[in-house]
Write a protein that binds this ligand. Structure first.
Ligand code: GLU
Length: 552
């Protein structure tokens, strides 16, 4: 009896690995092309950290004309949720991070390197496990969970490193005959890797993001095939990323300490190891403390949050690039109109300790992104969002022709309006342009410098009687406000007022504010000339009358 017989006894059906090596040939890509993947477990909601990893992995693949694929790691079937794959596929689609290859729905996939769902690759893993047993690099372990408990208790009592290694790895030294006999007797077992490593030796490794790292060698005989016949993450990672041609494993840095084991597995399997890029988690400033963005504590940790509050996916992505590479901000400033896809992302410039996620900055990016949209696009996006999340807004927007005029105010010019960061801001920012909504609300007219009843009423009356003409161009319109100011004893120019404040009651800007507040009940709005154009004379008069009454 030798290792080969033992391997045959354990996996009689498994194919030779040569079969798979041939079935999944090396990818024929141009030199320097990078193959990356996103490999989540379908265990629930997609986390923004997952999006971040996927975004980076896809960007790196795209930049080098490589491939980005989606692999579902569902070998821990206890942790699975229903429709977990669809959830991931949909999230990636919502953020336009669709993979080139891999799972495309709960059950479908595209590409020649599948199946892309680990639970369907059982026989592949078993073929490689069989190969390892044949080489004497893996063995069946008959230790029961109770044996495991005992080992742990002894190690704890003796204050030594926990695990299944060295003298503690009871089953690694059984003879082949003994192993075969116990299997034939029907004892249950798992398959363990026979680690050739030594804990007192160090390995040096260069991570693409973390730089040079040094670890003790792995000496743990980790489980590679579990009792249910499925592999553990470690073994599946090595087999899959080898067969699927991954050149760069971009993953969360909770896996960094597994690198010694993974490199060992690749080596013992006879595979070329990929490069590793370990991404630090996204952090959040919580009352002065930096901590990980948490699924439990932070609503913004869920990828679905952004659609719910109406932050465009494009803004989220743009912001994630911002925190991925600090050079992005300057690049964006120099290239305000380029697509973010043109930015050259560098893995080795990513934060080693964890980038800080700042909602205020993200909303700022949202404002800029939306400010560049056409009125038509703002309309479509806001309306679609409102239909799902805010009926009142959807009702306001039903009249498309009018809504386009409203969204068109101060848009499409050099300095477009920047008052909308997310679709849930829209109602607040446009409702004063709708009479029904405006009249329904009890308005508090927040006059500023000029606020006396008589003075305000006089400005409004005089303006309509003598100065307003809806055919005026913007310059004439503004000149007339200056004239009105002059007539009433206000400085026509702010400069003039500043030079001789004692000569005037206030200045033209203060007069404008009266008009603005009377029209919109706000001190801050986009361009007032355009607002007046959209409202038209009749409605302006009505608004002024309402404002005048406010005092009585
Ligand atoms: N399934 C692993 C996880 O979700 C994947 C890690 C990897 O990308 O290799 O953490």
């Amino acid at each position: 009896m030798d290792y080969k017989d033992l391997a045959n006894l354990i996996f009689p059906e498994a194919k030779e690995i040569a079969y798979y090596e041939e079935k999944y040939p090396r990818r024929n890509l141009k030199e320097g092309a990078i193959v990356t993947r996103f490999a989540p477990s379908p265990t629930g909601v997609m986390h923004v950290g997952g999006l971040y990893q996927a975004l980076i992995a896809k960007k790196i693949a795209n930049q080098t004309e490589g491939v980005f694929f989606l692999r579902i790691e569902d070998t821990d079937q206890k942790r699975e949720v229903e429709n977990g794959v669809s959830g991931i596929v949909t999230s990636l689609k919502d953020f336009a991070i669709e993979p080139h290859e891999g799972m495309s729905s709960e059950t479908e996939e595209i590409g020649n390197y599948g199946p892309y769902k680990q639970s369907q690759r059982k026989e592949i893993y078993q073929a490689y496990a069989k190969y390892m047993i044949e080489q004497g690099k893996a063995y069946p372990c008959f230790c029961t969970p109770e044996d495991g408990e005992q080992i742990r208790a002894k190690q704890e009592a003796a204050k030594i490193r926990p695990g299944y290694y060295g003298v503690w790895a009871k089953c690694r030294n059984h003879t082949v005959e003994e192993m075969a006999e116990r299997i034939k007797k029907g004892e249950s077992y798992i398959i363990r890797f026979k680690s050739p490593g030594r804990e007192d030796k160090k390995i040096k490794h260069k991570d693409v993001i973390k730089g040079n790292v040094e670890f003790p060698e792995n000496d743990q005989d980790i489980v590679i095939i579990k009792a249910d016949g499925l592999p553990t993450y470690h073994f599946a990672h090595a087999v899959d990323d080898h067969l699927m041609g991954t050149t760069h494993v971009i993953r969360g840095d909770e896996w960094l300490s597994s690198v010694p084991l993974h490199l060992q597995l690749f080596y013992e399997l006879g595979f070329k190891a990929p490069k590793y890029a370990h991404i630090a988690p996204i952090m959040k400033n919580d009352k002065g403390n930096k901590r990980k963005l948490s699924k439990r504590k932070d609503p913004e940790a869920a990828a679905s949050y952004y659609e719910e509050v109406g932050i465009p996916a494009e803004a989220v992505k743009e912001y994630l690039f911002n925190i991925a590479n600090s050079t992005f901000e300057n690049w964006r400033r120099a290239n305000p109109d380029k697509s973010m896809e043109e930015f050259e992302l560098q893995l080795n410039k990513m934060s080693v300790s964890g980038a800080l996620f700042d909602m205020v900055k993200l909303l700022d990016v949202g404002k800029t992104v939306i400010s560049k949209y056409t009125a038509e696009k703002v309309y479509e996006e806001a309306y679609n969002w409102a239909e799902k999340h805010e009926e009142e807004l959807a009702n306001l927007l039903r009249n498309k022709e009018y809504a386009l005029k409203v969204f068109g105010i101060e848009r499409g010019n050099k300095k477009p309006r920047k008052d909308i960061a997310k679709w849930s801001d829209v109602k607040e920012n446009i409702e004063y342009m709708y009479d029904e909504a405006f009249d329904k609300k009890e308005q508090e007219y927040p006059y500023q410098v000029i606020k006396e009843k008589e003075e305000v009423q006089k400005i409004l009356s005089l303006y309509i009687e003598r100065y307003y003409d809806e055919n005026d161009d913007k310059q004439t319109w503004f000149n007339k406000i200056k004239e009105l100011a002059g007539e009433m004893g206000y400085a026509k120019e702010v400069k003039e007022f500043k030079a001789n404040p004692e000569k005037y009651k206030a200045h033209v800007g203060d007069v404008s504010t009266v008009l603005r507040v009377a029209l919109t009940a706000r001190t801050n709005t986009p361009d007032m000339y355009e607002i007046m154009q959209v409202l038209g004379k009749e409605r302006i008069i009505k608004r002024f009358e309402k404002a005048k009454q406010f005092f009585s």
